[in-house]
Design a protein around this ligand. Structure first.
Ligand SMILES: Nc1ncnc2c1ncn2[C@@H]1O[C@H](COP(=O)(O)OP(=O)(O)OP(=O)(O)O)[C@@H](O)[C@H]1O
Ligand SMILES: [Mg+2]
Length: 363
C-alpha cells in the first residue's frame, strides 16, 4: 500500500477510480448517447463523424479505431457512441480479460457481422493475443493452432467483419504493428473550463439540480480538465446543498469542495506529494519519472498517466530531456521562491504524454 492511502477525498479526484456501483450507474446515466451530445473534443468528433459517414455510404464496417488519452475523458463513451451511431451491436471486453490467444479467439469467433468490439485498456492484452489480432484486424481471419509440437497444425477460421475500438491510457505501450492496424487514432485532450461547464450544465439538468452558472464555473475550474471528475464533484455539491438545505451557489461549491480537500486548481494529495518532493527534495529537478514515483511510493504508471499529464497541462512542471522540472508557476503555487534558472512556463502543448518519447533516465 502506498504511503498516500487514498481516502474519500482523494478518490474524488482520481480520474481512474470507478468507485462504487452507484457511481458506475451514475456515470452510465450521464453518458452522452450521440456524437452531437458529446461535448468538446471537436476535432475527434469531426474525424469520427467522417469515418462513420464514409462507412455508411460504402455500406461497410467502419475502420478500426484507437482512442488514446488519460482516464475519464470519454473513451468508453465514444466507443458506445460509435456503435450507437452506426446502429451496430456492441461487445465489451478489456485487455486484462484477454490473457491468452484463446480468450480472444473465443470473442472474435462469436462476433456477429458488423459488430463493434470494444477492448478497453488494450495495451494490457497478452502478447500472444496481440499477434492473433493482427490478422483478424487486417483480413477478418484467424489461424487457430491445434495440437502441440511437430504435429501442430493451424486451422484458418473466417470471421464476421467487425470494427475494433481499442482504448488506451498508454498508447506508448502499444506495439507498432498493432497501432498501425488502426485506421484512425483519436487522441483525446483534456477539456477546457468552458467545455466542462457545458458538461456540468447538461448533468445538472439530468440530475434535476438547480445550480447557479457561477457555481458551475467554480466546479469546472477544479475538475482537472476531466468530465468524470466534474460530474463527480457535482454530485458532492448536490449532496452538500441537499444536507444544508440551500441552493447550489458558488459559496456552497467552495464550502463543499473545501470539505473534500479539492484546491482551486483541482490538485489532490498525490499531485501535491509529487510537487512537494520535486520542489523540496530535488530542488525543482530535473528528476526522472521513476525516481519521483519511488519517492512518493506510487506506481510509475499512475504518475505517468494520471499525475504528470495534469501537472504538465496546468503548467506546474515541464518535461525536459533530462527529466521533469518544476516551472516558476509550480514553485509559486506552493508559496516558494523559484530559483533564477527556473523555466518560466510550460511550453509543451497538453498532449497525452504517452505519445512522447521516453527520456534517457526512464528506460
Ligand atoms: N464529452 C463528454 N461530454 C459529456 N460527458 C462526458 C464526456 N466525456 C466523458 N463524459 C462523462 O465522463 C464519464 C467518464 O467517461 P468515460 O467512462 O467515457 O471515460 P474513459 O475515457 O473511458 O475513462 P477510463 O480511461 O477510466 O476508462 C462518463 O460518465 C461521461 O458521462
Ligand atoms: Mg473507460
Amino acid at each position: 500500500m502506498s504511503p498516500f492511502d487514498r481516502d474519500a477525498a482523494d478518490e474524488l479526484l482520481q480520474p481512474d477510480m470507478m468507485g462504487s456501483e452507484a457511481e458506475i450507474a451514475f456515470e452510465g446515466a450521464l453518458r452522452p448517447k450521440s456524437l452531437a451530445e458529446f461535448v468538446g473534443q471537436q476535432r475527434v468528433r469531426g474525424q469520427l463523424q467522417l469515418l462513420l459517414d464514409a462507412a455508411t455510404i460504402q455500406n461497410r464496417t467502419p475502420d478500426h479505431i484507437l482512442l488514446a488519452g488519460p482516464p475519464g475523458l470519454g473513451k468508453t463513451t465514444l466507443a458506445m457512441i460509435v456503435a450507437h451511431e452506426s446502429g451496430r451491436p456492441l461487445r465489451l471486453s478489456s485487455g486484462p480479460a484477454i490473457q491468452h490467444a484463446g480468450d480472444l479467439a473465443a470473442v472474435l469467433s462469436s462476433l456477429v457481422p458488423g459488430e463493434v468490439l470494444f477492448v478497453d485498456e488494450i495495451h494490457r492484452m497478452a502478447r500472444s493475443a496481440e499477434e492473433l489480432l493482427y490478422l483478424a484486424m487486417e483480413d477478418f481471419r484467424i489461424d487457430i493452432m491445434v495440437g502441440k509440437g511437430a504435429g501442430a497444425t493451424s486451422i484458418p477460421l473466417d470471421l464476421a467483419p467487425f470494427t475494433l475500438v481499442g482504448a488506451t491510457t498508454r498508447s506508448g505501450l502499444l506495439p507498432n504493428p498493432l497501432r498501425d492496424r488502426f485506421g484512425f487514432t483519436a487522441h483525446l485532450e483534456f477539456y477546457d473550463p468552458a467545455e466542462l461547464v457545458h458538461v456540468l450544465r447538461r448533468a445538472a439538468v439530468m440530475l434535476e439540480l438547480q445550480i447557479e452558472e457561477s457555481a458551475l464555473v467554480e466546479i469546472a475550474g477544479r475538475s482537472r480538465g476531466t468530465p468524470r471528475i466534474a460530474n463527480r464533484l457535482l454530485r458532492r455539491v448536490r449532496d452538500y446543498a441537499l444536507v444544508h438545505g440551500g441552493a447550489a451557489t458558488r459559496d456552497v461549491v467552495r464550502s463543499a469542495l473545501e470539505l473534500y480537500d479539492v484546491d482551486e486548481l483541482g490538485l489532490d494529495r498525490l499531485d501535491r506529494a509529487v510537487m512537494n518532493i520535486l520542489l523540496t527534495r530535488f530542488a525543482g529537478g530535473p528528476v526522472g519519472l521513476n525516481t519521483l514515483a519511488v519517492s512518493v511510493g506510487e506506481e510509475s504508471e499512475t504518475i505517468e498517466s494520471v499525475v504528470e499529464p495534469f501537472l504538465v497541462r496546468i503548467g506546474l512542471i515541464v518535461r525536459t530531456p533530462r527529466g521533469r522540472m518544476a516551472t516558476r508557476a509550480g514553485w509559486e503555487h506552493f508559496g516558494l521562491a523559484a530559483p533564477d534558472e527556473t523555466i518560466s512556463r510550460a511550453v509543451r502543448p497538453a498532449r497525452e504524454t504517452a505519445r512522447q518519447p521516453l527520456f534517457g533516465d526512464e528506460l
